[in-house]
Design a protein around this ligand. Structure first.
Ligand SMILES: [Zn+2]
Length: 215
C-alpha cells in the first residue's frame, strides 16, 4: 500500500516536472519570437549616390583604390544585407542587370551559400541582363512561362529576412529612379514570401518549360 502511494507520488512529480519544463520552453520560444518581431523594419530609399561597394564583397577586410567614393549609402546597406546570407539567398526580381548587385549575388554563391534566382523571361533576354553570368557561374535561374510579367522585386536572406519594394536590380533603379526597399523580419510576412518563392520555383521547373530565352 505504502509502495503504491510512493509510486503514485513519483509519477505526479514527473508529470508536474514535465509540464513545467514544456511551459518554460514555450515561454522561451515565444519570447525569442517576440524579440525577433520587435526588430524594427528598415526602409531604404533610392536613388543612391554612385559609390563603390567592392570592399564589402571581400571575404577579408580590404581596400579599393578606385576613384569612386566608398561611403555608406542605400546601395551599401542593401549589399551588406545580401552578403550576410549564410545558408540561402533567394532572389525573385523582375530585372537583374546591376553589376553591383549581380557581383554581390556571385560573391554569395562563391561562399558556398545556396543561391536561387527567379526572374522575368522577357527582361532576362535583354542586353545587360546578368542571368547568363549567373548560369555560367553555376547559379540556377528559373523564369516565368507566360506573356504576363514576373514582376516581383524581393529577396530572402536565409529564409529569415525579406527585402522587398519597388527596386529593380538595375543601374537605372539604383542610381536614377525614385525607389523604395523595405527590410522586414516579421515571421508571418517572411513566411508568406518564402511560400510564394517556393510555389514559383516549382511552377517554373525547367522540366515544364515550353520556351526558354537564350541567355
Ligand atoms: Zn572602389
Amino acid at each position: 500500500m505504502l509502495l503504491t502511494a510512493v509510486s503514485a507520488w513519483r509519477g505526479l512529480v514527473v508529470v508536474v516536472g514535465l509540464s513545467l519544463a514544456a511551459e518554460g520552453l514555450y515561454y522561451v520560444i515565444s519570447h525569442l519570437k517576440r524579440l525577433r518581431e520587435r526588430r524594427p523594419a528598415q526602409v531604404l530609399f533610392f536613388p543612391a549616390p554612385v559609390t563603390c561597394v567592392r570592399p564589402l564583397l571581400l571575404s577579408s577586410p580590404g581596400h579599393c583604390r578606385c576613384g569612386l567614393s566608398h561611403r555608406e549609402s542605400a546601395l551599401s546597406c542593401l549589399t551588406r544585407l545580401l552578403i550576410s546570407a549564410r545558408r540561402s539567398l533567394d532572389v525573385c526580381v523582375f530585372t537583374i542587370s546591376s553589376l553591383e548587385l549581380s557581383s554581390t549575388v556571385l560573391a554569395v554563391h562563391g561562399r558556398g551559400v545556396r543561391v536561387r534566382v527567379i526572374t522575368d523571361s522577357d527582361y532576362m533576354a535583354l542586353a545587360g541582363s546578368q542571368v547568363g553570368t549567373f548560369r555560367r557561374a553555376g547559379i540556377e535561374v528559373r523564369h516565368d512561362q507566360d506573356t504576363n510579367y514576373m514582376h516581383h522585386k524581393f529577396a530572402l536572406i536565409d529564409g529569415l529576412t525579406l527585402v522587398t519594394g519597388s527596386l529593380n536590380w538595375s543601374a537605372q533603379g539604383i542610381f536614377g529612379n525614385k525607389e523604395n526597399v523595405i527590410i522586414i523580419e516579421n515571421t508571418d510576412i517572411v513566411k508568406a514570401f518564402v511560400e510564394e518563392f517556393g510555389q514559383l520555383w516549382n511552377e517554373y521547373d525547367p522540366a515544364k518549360y515550353s520556351f526558354s530565352p537564350q541567355r
